[in-house]
Design a protein around this ligand. Structure first.
Ligand code: ATP
Ligand code: MG
Length: 580
């Protein structure tokens, strides 16, 4: 995807009616089914998270797709918690998932839990046993694996495969009753041990797990496997299009086998490529490791690709939805540049965020010819992109803060900001000229002395003399001091799992070596204009010339404001990388 395509797609109006040609391949399948009258034109999708972690931006893609397709076709979407694995699931995750889906702007028609179907799933298993399609196998885990064969080698039938249905039924009921220990028996589908598709080699459908489940407690000590529970749950809910990611493509024959063998509603599985983004990763399990390892402050650390992390960072639901629309849906695995996500946020915030002045690394400026006690209230436009946002007053006085990086003692020719003897325009204010530089004993610049030209208010000099640079500033007397947190990519490599230069091995945990040590910078002495005093949690601003910032939703309080930088104005990372 080239840069042009990217920026052009920024202009797409999401409200444009889709044309047949613009339908993605899943939408085309759905349109085809509608046309042929399959399911009487009914469209019912589901979003089926496993409650074993917080949702990430990859899930957002799946959510947008499932809810989007249903909405576009007057259909419905279920939220279904795929909670068949009692070991890793928690109610905390269930709550956060519901919150995140709602926050993204979607409302499910029904909420279900796969664990609600434990009895039905059990009954279907008995049905498979009775019809000779499932058997209780007593091979241990290792034997089961070795009997399975390999990619080039057919598997071997389990010696228990020929147990008759009556014996199977008796054993299965006793498994359920808790008479056996974990691993002693499993229930397996009787399909084909020589199938080229490993998933079809008599897959396990029930295992004994003597563990409490987050909803069913200790009602059950046998639990269904994912492949078995998932397809049947879809069918029970009469899901028409069961959309999942590509790694389940080879599970589709099994998905179909269960529904056909049981002769129940024929939900259809359709696979698409997972979302991957540079400099981050999309795996709840791995993200949990970062949390447990204290590499981040929690699931909602603003560097995390989780929905709650993005929310805390200042992402809006609109920007995430627009991003998901722009990247499209395909069957090719790829990795999208993080710049796309950031661009989607910039595009949204440019329209909605009010402009403010904030100085992150302050340098004091004293305007020596400005009256000591004078304070002027200067007019400032809130948002040039939105006239209805109006104007505000910004106080100006004799002492100001400017950004340290806007001054150089020995500036090169192209540096159009402040330097000894140089003149610069203050945003909304006057022209000032640097007349003296004050240093401390260590030789560091601690203060600038300047003069101002009273004739230049509003940015023009009556004599027509020109200045090249305009810098932002905050009046010292009324400035608020705040903490600002600057974030960078969580991983320095585009692929977090890339062999790292430190170890040069591609170990499972190699991603820890690829963490970006400079992904968080905390600035505690930032100076902000006084109108930000009552900035409330979640509010978003553009600090002029710096980027977009939001009030942190956890650590900020009145009088102790904490801002997160959501995104810079331009993609400085790409620029830096090019320079390297
Ligand atoms: P993880 O490895 O992060 O746990 P998962 O696929 O196991 O991901 P589930 O909770 O099972 O997570 O996923 C719920 C739904 O979200 C599934 O339909 C899954 O296909 C989809 N999904 C998960 N990750 C992505 C992704 N990166 N891109 C698109 N869809 C995804
Ligand atoms: Mg999973």
């Amino acid at each position: 995807m080239n840069q042009n395509q990217h920026s052009n797609s920024n202009d797409n109006d999401p409200s444009d009616e889709p044309t047949a040609a613009s339908l993605n391949f899943i939408e085309q399948i759905v349109a085809g089914d509608n046309e042929s009258g399959k399911h009487e034109g009914r469209v019912h999708t589901r979003f089926p998270p496993e409650p074993n972690g917080y949702l990430h931006i990859g899930h957002a893609k799946s959510i947008c797709l499932n809810f989007g397709i249903a909405t576009a076709n007057g259909g419905k979407t279920n939220l279904r918690f795929d909670d068949t694995n009692p070991a890793k699931e928690e109610t905390e995750y269930v709550d956060s998932i519901m919150e995140d889906v709602r926050w993204l702007g979607f409302q499910w028609d029904n909420v279900y839990f796969a664990s609600d179907y434990f009895q039905q799933l059990y009954d279907f298993a008995e049905q498979l046993i009775k019809s000779g399609h499932a058997y209780v196998c007593s091979l241990d885990a290792e034997k089961t694996r070795s009997y399975r064969g390999g990619w080039n080698e057919a598997g071997k039938d389990s010696p228990y495969r020929s147990r008759d249905p009556e014996e199977n039924l008796d054993l299965f009921r006793r498994m359920k009753a808790g008479e056996f220990t974990e691993g002693e028996h499993t229930l397996r589908a009787k399909i084909d041990m020589a199938s080229p598709n490993m998933n079809m080699r008599d897959p396990t459908i029930y295992r004994i797990r003597k563990i409490k489940h987050h909803r069913t407690g200790s009602d059950w000590c046998i639990y269904p496997m994912y492949d078995y529970a998932h397809g049947i749950s879809d069918s029970i809910e009469r899901i028409t299009h069961s959309i999942c990611t590509l790694e389940f493509e080879h599970h589709r024959p099994l998905y179909n086998w269960f529904l056909e063998t049981l002769d129940i509603f024929p939900s259809r599985q359709i696979e698409f490529a997972r979302l991957n983004i540079t400099h981050t990763m999309m795996s709840k399990r791995k993200l949990l490791e970062l949390v447990q390892d204290n590499q981040v402050s929690g699931w909602d650390d603003p560097r995390m690709p989780t929905i709650c992390g993005l929310r805390r960072r200042g992402y809006t639901p609109e920007s995430i939805r627009n991003f998901c629309t722009r990247i499209g849906v395909t069957k090719q695995n790829s990795r999208h540049d993080m710049a796309w996500l950031e661009d989607a946020l910039r595009a949204d915030l440019n329209k909605r965020a009010n402009r403010r002045a904030g100085v992150l690394r302050p340098l004091k400026v004293v305007i020596e010819n400005y009256p000591e006690d004078q304070v002027e209230q200067l007019d400032a436009i809130n948002n040039p992109e939105d006239e209805s946002a109006g104007k505000r007053k910004v106080p100006f006085g004799r002492e100001l803060y400017i950004e340290r990086t806007d001054f150089m003692e020995d500036p090169p020719k192209k540096f159009f900001r402040l330097g000894p003897g140089r003149e610069v325009r203050l945003r909304y204010g006057y022209f000032i000229t640097c007349t003296d530089v004050i240093k401390n004993d260590a030789g560091e610049v601690v203060e600038l002395r300047c003069s101002y030209d009273p004739e230049t208010l509003g940015g023009q000099a009556p004599d027509g003399r020109r200045v090249r640079g305009t810098i932002h500033w905050v009046a010292a007397a009324t400035a608020i001091t705040a903490e600002v947190r600057l974030y960078d990519h969580l991983f320095q490599t585009t692929d977090p799992f890339e062999a790292s230069p430190a170890t040069d091995t591609l170990a499972e945990a190699s991603y820890l070596n690829n963490l970006n040590e400079n992904s968080l910078e905390v600035l505690t002495n930032c100076k902000l204009e006084p109108s930000l005093k009552d900035a409330a949690v979640g509010e978003l601003y553009q600090f002029e010339r710096l980027g977009y910032f939001c009030v942190d939703n956890k650590d900020s309080s009145p009088g102790n404001l904490v801002f997160n930088r959501s995104v810079t104005l331009r993609d400085t990372w790409a620029k830096m990388q090019r320079k390297k």
